[in-house]
Design a protein around this ligand. Structure first.
Ligand code: NAP
Length: 244
């Protein structure tokens, strides 16, 4: 039986790249999405073209009931779960005095609560087999202060802390938990950044280029592999040197 990975927010960007890369590594994939069914189905077709099985399942990760339903559907489809990539996240930049209550709640709900919902459901499945890997997608903003990203960086700081704690709790159960903290990666998430700001960030990156979603996916796939069998609770920063 093939191993199975569930990737949240896999309809585009980093999640899509992780889903495709893990399929290339031989995993069957659960492609989670929130709103964009057509894009999620395109990812399913691309995975099937690689010779693996895939299903697209809609769930707002901020909603526990939807998450529970997604894991039930995933279990019906594949009967096992080996990897969770907690990736679905949003950014909504605002300076302190401009932070709006709805945006604050949405960021905390998706970027923090959503990660706990999925980790909890995944751990329930993985514990019975005493094996599994959880990868949390954090951000370089968790370790580097970027003006206007107070809320976003707080949520990603929470992701780093939960990674360490869950790694300690779940290690005796055979489950490893690690995080990746990407710098600026070329996805639709960067569309909101004005061009002059992007130029400024590019100058600050020692490698003078943005990262690619596939480069994040390569690290995620390695962290899932036995090459990292003794690594847990770590946050791997991949940012072209931005945070140095
Ligand atoms: P993106 O292109 O905006 O894609 C976001 C994905 O998350 C989409 O698949 C979207 O699904 C999904 N999503 C959003 N809210 C969701 C929810 N409530 N429930 C389920 N799915 C939801 O973003 P990205 O750049 O790939 O970012 C992915 C992750 O990497 C995020 O956690 C982000 O914080 C992190 N990250 C990104 C960068 C960067 O520079 N791009 C840097 C560091 C960290 P729909 O399409 O269905 O709406």
């Amino acid at each position: 039986m093939e191993k199975v990975a569930l990737v949240t927010g896999a309809s585009r960007g980093i999640g899509k790249a992780c889903a495709l890369r893990l399929a290339e590594c031989g995993y069957d994939i659960v492609v989670n999405y929130n709103s964009n069914e057509a894009k999620a189905q395109e990812v399913v077709s691309a995975i099937e073209a690689l010779g693996q099985k895939a299903v697209a399942i809609k769930a707002n990760t901020a909603d526990l009931k939807e998450v529970q339903n997604m894991f039930r559907e995933a279990h019906k489809a594949f009967g096992r779960l080996d990897v969770l990539v907690n990736n679905a996240g949003i950014v909504d930049d605002a300076y302190l005095l401009m932070i709006n209550e709805d945006s604050l709640a949405r960021s905390l709900d998706i970027n923090i609560k959503g990660y706990f919902h999925c980790a909890q459901q995944a751990a329930l499945k993985m514990m019975s087999k005493k094996q599994g890997v959880i990868i949390n997608v954090s951000s370089v903003s968790s370790v580097l202060a970027v003006e206007g990203q107070g809320v976003y960086s707080a949520t990603k700081g929470a992701v780093n802390s939960m990674t360490a704690t869950l790694a300690k709790e779940l290690a005796p159960r055979g489950i490893r938990v690690n995080a990746v903290a990407p710098g600026f990666i070329e996805t639709e998430m960067l569309d909101a950044i004005p061009e002059d700001k992007k130029e400024e960030y590019l100058k600050a990156i020692p490698m003078h280029r943005l990262g690619k979603a596939s480069e994040v996916a390569d690290v995620v796939a390695q962290l899932c592999s036995d090459a990292f069998a003794y690594v847990t609770g770590q946050v791997i920063v991949l940012d072209g040197g931005l945070s140095l």
